[in-house]
Design a protein around this ligand. Sequence first.
Ligand code: SF4
Length: 121
Amino acid sequence: MGLNPMICIQCPMGCSLQVETDQERGIKITGNRCPKGEAYAIKEITSPTRTITTTVKVIGGDIRMVSVKTKQEISKGKIMDCMKQLQDISVPAPVHIGDIIITNIAETGVDVIATKEVHRP
Ligand code: SF4
């Protein structure tokens, strides 16, 4: 049996969850004030995912970096691969909010999109 403390990040209440995993009884969650906390804890234990937000270099723009994010959450295990790929690229200005910066990053099936406008000077 394993006992895992975690904080639910689904709302500002930030409930302290205790997650017990037992081979026979499965997963038991306590400390949540609503069902979203249970769903969050189960996902964190079985298949954790995150949205990545970072910046990418811009060539010929009025600013040198553009903020970007993954369009959907990706597996936590792929975060480092994604960050390496994003560090190595640069995009030409102009860049518009919603432009696809990379398709299928790190073979996750998820695109990375711009979240800021970058104009040519
Ligand atoms: S368990 Fe419910 S109330 Fe508590 S932080 Fe998560 S979403 Fe908010």
